[in-house]
Every structure is written in C-alpha cells, then in structure tokens.
Design a protein around this ligand. Structure first.
Ligand SMILES: Nc1nc2c(ncn2[C@@H]2O[C@H](COP(=O)(O)OP(=O)(O)OP(=O)(O)O)[C@@H](O)[C@H]2O)c(=O)[nH]1
Ligand SMILES: [Mg+2]
Length: 320
C-alpha cells in the first residue's frame, strides 16, 4: 500500500521507528511545506535535539560530496548512524554521477540515509525545508546529520550556519580561501578542510587560511575559545578523513563543555523563526498590496507623485 494513503500520524510513527520508506515520505512532505510539514515538525522537534548537526559547505566542485561519502563511511565504521541532506545545485551531470555513487553506497551500507534536494524552484522553501529535513532524520535516530550545501548564496551560508558544527571546504589554487572569506564563510567555520590536497598549491591554500585566521583573531571571531583546525584531505583516497571526523567530535565536545551548544541552538532557533516570519510576513504584505486601501498609494508611486520608499513605509509601519 502506498504511504500516500496512510494517515500522517502513522507515517510519523513508522518513521520514528526507523522505517526508511516512511522517513522518505516525511522528507518529501517537509520539502513540500505546509500543514503536513508543521505536523511533522511538532512530532520531531524535541526528539531531534540529541543528534549532532554538521554543515559542510564550500565552492561548487570543491569535493564536498566526495568527502561526505567518505565521512559517512567513517562514521558508520565507528558505529554511528549518519544521515545526509545534500543540497545539490550543480549540473545534474557531475552531481548525478557522484549522487549515483552515494546512493549505491547507501544501499550497501544500510545504516546511512542519504537525501538529495534540488535547489531549483526551492529558493524560499529551502531555508525552511533543510532544517526540517535534518530534524526528521535526527528524530528517526540518525546521528550525526550532515548537511551539504554550496556556500555561495546567503541562504546556503545561513543553512550551514544553523548547524552545530560547520566545516568549510576549500581547494588549492585560484584564491579559493580568499573567495570563501568573501562569501562570509570564514566567520562561520569551526573546521577548515583543504580538500584535493593531492593537487599543487595545497600548502599555499593552508597558508592563506592561516593568515586570514590570524587577522580574524584580531578582529574577533564568533567563538573566541575555539581556533578552527585546518585539515588537509584527499577525498579520492580518503587521506585525512579520520582527522576530519576527530575534529568534528572534538568540536562537539568543546560545544558541550563550554555550554556553547545551547548558544548554537539559540542561533538556529533565531534563524528558523526569522525565516518563517519573513515568509509569512512577505505573503501577508503581498495580500495587503492588492487591497483597495492601497490602490491610491500604488497609483501615486506609478505616476511619480510618491516615492517607493515613502509608500513602502506606509505598508510596513503599522507593524514596526
Ligand atoms: N584530485 C582530487 N579530486 C577530487 C577530490 N575530491 C573530489 N575530487 C573531484 O572533484 C570533483 C567534484 O567533486 P564533488 O564531490 O562532486 O564536489 P562538490 O563540492 O560536491 O560539488 P557540487 O556539489 O557540485 O558543489 C569530482 O570530479 C571529484 O572526483 C580530491 O581530494 N582530490
Ligand atoms: Mg556535491
């Protein structure tokens, strides 16, 4: 029987008991958003709090997926039950090939759960659905939950920053570390990986990062007690993967012993609250703009009698 015909409460119960098809169904509903997504959130939020959420971000093609596949294997070998939410914005060609590998790996290793979401057409919903998907996987007993995103846009950076531990992946050459800095990834990094360390220029990339970290220590980093380690990795061979896994565990210990875990969770709470409020408020304003009350204001802006800024103020000021 298709899970579409099963009442949502039962699908949730099955998912929480580890039924993989039910988990997949919940993830689809979370991605779609709406009432079912909220029902799922209610059932999973508290149960999700013990899992370690890891964000992995970096430029397109940095080797994030290849590294994540290795990390999944490493966590599984250490008796953990990892899950992955991969936000795959890249061309389906390269993405598909890697994805195919990962899916096969997931089938072999039945402890892991891997979910890919397409960015296209999800611009608003992505910011909501990714934390929601992570919550479903955590509530179903997966730990850690790894979120892979390309760190280019604000949403992607925000999603990653909502993790407990954020790993920023850079590669040798072309000033990748400098680009990561520009994208705002330096402040959110708890761990740096120089991936493709087999390629020329890896030590330059490391030096760039070290220099930028020195500077950011002067200007002040988010977590002053934690200096992000820089780990050299070759994901094709698996070199350095265990060091990444260890650094992730050490960062988690640091969060717990310094009480910063709660700080991270508050940050995530603020992020999710803001995203939801923005979406709801945006929809509300859109409706208001269509109401007769605003027709005259709209006309006066269109005719040049009023400025957009002044008219916009009329729209939002009642809520300020
Ligand atoms: N030489 C070398 N190549 C690597 C390494 N890791 C990944 N690659 C290659 O880099 C390419 C991109 O790898 P992906 O894992 O798809 O990179 P990604 O960061 O997930 O890419 P997007 O999801 O498209 O942003 C592939 O051809 C990989 O085989 C590495 O450590 N060394
Ligand atoms: Mg990828």
């Amino acid at each position: 029987m298709s899970l579409r015909q099963v009442p949502i409460d039962q699908v949730i119960e099955r998912a929480l008991n580890g039924d993989r098809r039910a988990i997949g169904r919940l993830l689809s509903l979370v991605e779609r958003g709406g009432d079912d997504a909220e029902t799922i959130e209610t059932a999973t939020h508290v149960r999700a709090r013990d899992s370690h959420v890891i964000g992995i971000t970096g430029a397109p093609g940095a080797g994030k997926s290849t590294m994540v596949a290795r990390l999944v294997a490493a966590f599984s070998a250490a008796d953990r039950r990892p899950a992955v939410v991969a936000v795959d914005p890249s061309s389906p060609l390269t993405g598909g090939a890697i994805l195919g590998d990962r899916v096969r790996m997931a089938e072999v290793d039945t402890t892991a759960f891997i979910r890919s979401v397409a960015t296209r057409g999800h611009s608003g919903g992505l910011a909501l659905s990714v934390p929601g998907s992570a919550r479903v996987l955590a509530a179903a007993g997966f730990d850690p939950v790894i979120i892979e995103t390309v760190g280019v846009g604000q949403v992607e950076v925000d999603v990653t920053a909502a993790a407990d531990t954020t790993v920023v992946v850079v590669t040798p050459g072309m000033g990748d570390a400098v680009q990561a800095n520009k994208a705002g990834l330096l402040e959110v990094a708890d761990i740096f990986v120089v991936n493709k360390a087999d390629l020329p220029g890896a030590s330059d990339a490391r030096r760039d990062l070290e220099l930028m970290l020195e500077l950011s220590h002067v200007t002040g980093q988010e977590d002053a007690d934690h200096r992000p380690p820089i780990i050299m990795v070759n994901s094709l061979e698996g070199d350095g993967i265990d060091a990444v896994r260890t650094a992730i565990a050490e960062h988690r210990d640091h969060l717990v012993t310094t009480d910063r875990l709660q700080e991270r969770r508050r940050k995530r709470a603020r992020y999710e609250m803001r995203v939801r409020a923005e979406l709801a408020f945006g929809a509300h304003l859109q409706r208001r703009l269509g109401e007769p009350e605003f027709a005259a204001t709209v006309d006066s802006v269109a005719q040049g009698d009023d400025t957009p800024a002044a008219a916009a103020r009329k729209l939002w000021q009642p809520y300020a």
